[in-house]
Design a binder for this molecule. Structure first.
Ligand SMILES: [Mn+2]
Length: 362
């Protein structure tokens, strides 16, 4: 079973002064004890020192990246290059074609080798790391920058901010911290991250700070119309036909407060191709929780969960070996559709029934 990060949505951690430039003794291949420091500022100060004292970095994110994962990784690479570092983006497996514009012009590398310092963005669990990193993990120094509310500690240094609307916003804070000018390209990368993870500035972590950041990014050269078109109007004809099939399976449960859809397809990138389907169910006025069950054959299913308000689907996904955000979570499980659809619907229905004041009919 593997966790799957899902998009969701907020402002960022407090910035503090930069500490000494001395070299930073991070453990190699450790388990993240530095991320457990009770002093919340400590990991940020440690990162400051690391970025200043090291000269060579690889930046990457989770497999099958979304715009937040890829945009934050690309922007972080650009920050390091602006700081005079040898920094390269290592692309994880299965980058969707419509996100390629996010790393155009960013230096990339085809490999990661033992001994390197790797900065990993938007990745809540080690099971989502690119295969290459998993194989040589023990020889790498890994720094995790992430905003998921449910996660496993796996970095040698962990920078987590569960209040951030996107990992891109956390990287934007690093630009401020290092006083590096945000170029139009970086503005585009970070804006794409924010608009995706907030579902178009509608998520539960959207506050005034998010709009201040967005305004700053637009002033810095991000074009909201073209980015939104790329993010939200990028379904291929094949994807639309897949959606038609999924919509045919739409079923309501639990007094029409829970909705489900399913899709069975053995094509290689069925998980990526069905990205966004589950969100459509949330348009229903009575719907407060939804699940999309994707059966990709080979005795494996992906479940994507969504919810509104206080209903926490990360808990549901976690019980099934996954995780994510309170209103957007997912998991990949062994088994087939017939096994997992009833389980998922039952888990959502119980949650809705047990949450007072939620999900009464519209
Ligand atoms: Mn994210």
């Amino acid at each position: 079973m593997a966790r799957t990060p899902e998009s969701s949505s907020a402002p960022s951690p407090p910035c503090a002064s930069v500490s000494s430039l001395a070299s930073v003794p991070l453990p190699v291949g450790g388990t993240g004890e530095m991320g457990d420091d009770p002093d919340k500022e400590h990991p940020w100060a440690t990162l400051d020192q690391l970025l200043r004292s090291e000269n060579s970095f690889v930046v990457t994110c989770h497999r099958a990246p979304d715009a937040d994962a890829l945009g934050s990784a690309a922007a972080l690479t650009e920050l390091l290059v602006a700081l005079g570092k040898d920094a390269r983006l290592f692309l994880p497996e299965r980058v969707p074609e419509h996100l390629e514009f996010l790393y155009g012009g960013v230096p990339t590398t085809a490999d990661v080798v033992a001994g390197q310092t790797v900065l990993i963005t938007d990745t809540p669990s080690p099971g989502l790391l690119p295969e290459r990193l998993v194989r040589i993990r023990s020889s790498l120094r890994c720094v995790v920058i992430d905003h998921h509310s449910s996660y496993q500690v796996f970095g040698d240094l962990e920078l987590r901010d569960e209040t951030a609307c996107s990992t891109g916003s956390m990287v934007l804070d690093l630009f401020r911290r290092f006083r590096v000018k945000v170029s139009p390209r970086v503005a585009t990368q970070v804006y794409a991250a924010m608009v995706t993870d907030t579902l178009g500035f509608r998520g539960n972590r959207v506050d005034a700070g998010v709009f201040h950041d967005a305004a700053f990014l637009v002033e810095s050269g991000a074009d909201p119309e073209s980015i939104a078109r790329r993010m939200f109007d990028a379904w291929t004809p094949r994807k639309l036909k897949l959606f038609q099939r999924a919509l045919d399976t739409l079923t309501f449960h639990c007094d029409q407060r829970v909705a489900s859809m399913t899709i069975c397809d053995r094509s290689s990138d069925i998980y990526g191709e069905t990205d966004g389907f589950v969100d459509i169910m949330m348009r229903g006025s009575t719907v407060v929780a939804a699940v999309l069950v994707i059966d990709g054959g080979a005795d494996e299913c992906k479940l994507r969960f969504r919810s509104k308000g206080p209903l926490n689907v990360a808990v549901v996904a976690q019980r099934m070996g996954g995780g994510g955000h309170s209103n957007a979570a997912a998991t990949v499980v062994a088994g087939n559709l017939e096994q997992w659809l009833p389980r998922a619907v039952s888990a959502l229905s119980s949650m809705v029934d047990l949450t007072p004041g939620v999900g009464s009919r519209a």
